[in-house]
Design a binder for this molecule. Sequence first.
Ligand code: PMT
Length: 216
Amino acid sequence: MKVLITAGPTREPIDPVRFLGNRSSGRMGYALAEACVHAGHEVLLVSGPCELDVPGHVDFIPVETAADMFEAVRRHLGRMDAAVFAAAVADYRPARPADRKIKKQAETLTLELVRNPDILGSARGEFGFRGTLVGFAAETESLEANARDKLRRKGCDLVIANDVSRPGLGFESDRNRVLLVYPDHSEALPEDDKHQLAHKIVREIEGLRSGASKAP
Ligand code: PMT
């Protein structure tokens, strides 16, 4: 199958030298890209700025901002069989990035932020994607309920929920613990290395493609 994967953080410019970012290292998304290639799938990896080596045998589109990522996904999603959105996309960006470096003057500085486009949320509607749609949910509370709400609202086949309040797991870590949330059931995977988890997740996506339901 052809799989599009988003990975890493986005950077939303404040001025030419500063940005709003987040703690995503890209490891989860890159591990998924490697696991897909290993399983014989074609991968397009759309990635925010990461310090990782680009996995071999993937098509790669580097992006900076949520708007760049939105545009890359919009352009390529139509020819994909599956899409996995592992990127940590900024929900907001500075309304008016400064052309020049902001000088230190007043004691306080207020930044006005505006909403970024929801890339995952645009897949079914605006982009008309009919393939297998897999989102992530990074939550600090009500993990399953929030993930199930995302699954429904965004028309996903599967949401991979991770509790990002646990130290040593999720963001910036080699390890993760995820809950697979399907429309009709959920399944917890034990804590593991992101590469091991990625292989399991790829097998779940292959199961979805072949119509194999693991519902109890
Ligand atoms: O990169 P690592 O250090 O390995 O960390 C992995 C991870 C914690 C970043 C990853 O496992 C993860 O949870 N990724 C999703 C992070 C996130 O932004 O979650 P969210 O609950 O805010 O977003 C929900 C979903 O919508 C995600 O699939 C996200 O990619 C997508 N989204 C969000 C906002 C937006 N504007 N566009 C989107 O497509």
